[in-house]
Design a protein around this ligand. Sequence first.
Ligand SMILES: Nc1ncnc2c1ncn2[C@@H]1O[C@H](COP(=O)(O)OP(=O)(O)OP(=O)(O)O)[C@@H](O)[C@H]1O
Ligand SMILES: [Mg+2]
Length: 253
Amino acid sequence: MAVARGGGPALEARGIRKDYGGLVAVAGVSLAVSAGEILGIAGPNGAGKTTLFDVITGHTKATGGEVLLAGRTITDAPVHTRTRLGLARTFQQPTVARSLTVEENMVLAVAFGRPGRPARHRRQAAAEYLDLIGMAGQARASSDLLGVFDRKRLMLGTALATGASVILLDEPFGGLSPAEIDQTIGLIARVRDRGIAVVCIEHVMRALTSIADRVLVMHHGSVFFEGTPGQMLADEQVIEVYLGSRHRKAPGG
Ligand SMILES: Nc1ncnc2c1ncn2[C@@H]1O[C@H](COP(=O)(O)OP(=O)(O)OP(=O)(O)O)[C@@H](O)[C@H]1O
Ligand SMILES: [Mg+2]
């Protein structure tokens, strides 16, 4: 497995804590992911998964803990600095610049991403990422008119177009049809194959278990299970706290 320069993980979080007043949203979570690896994060609603991403990406300030990107401490760096160092994310609600075309969204992401890519190459770089996400044919389309799947693909594309070496995906499969889920599984596998480190929060277990190398399950702000997807599906505590309730049939169903 490829690793970041210096041999350590591409991304490491140590003892992350986030308090909102009296509420402990994240209660001391550690994780590490290497280049070319997919780490899955599962767990019930309100477990603290998105808040963990918010701290790692700098969208909210940690109450405690440390974040390292390729061994370099970024705990207090602003969001745009983290982006330029190779850290990108997507959001639970697909967000794209709706007043721009699909291609313009991508060019903008290239411009705001890692430095060292000359302006004259931006359109070319944008075109390559559009191809990767399967939207080359929609380059001129208005982003305002896109459906959920295309907005999600475009958001992933813009995250990649920053030149990210580590990408955090917050529920990339939510709201998609089975066929769209399959396409997204293929897309994330291609991202992984480019040597990018991927951390993926997901409730769609079929998708998470098919792409993740390892999985963390969070509950009440803490990690209470860590292992392979196969081990997770067989774990009695995970079934009781999380999987059981998700798979339980409605009364009379
Ligand atoms: N900005 C905020 N201010 C106050 N409380 C917050 C804030 N953001 C999140 N929380 C609380 O922190 C806890 C964790 O929320 P979070 O969104 O991280 O959960 P999650 O695991 O991503 O859930 P879901 O699966 O529903 O997306 C919840 O109790 C939530 O209400
Ligand atoms: Mg969330």
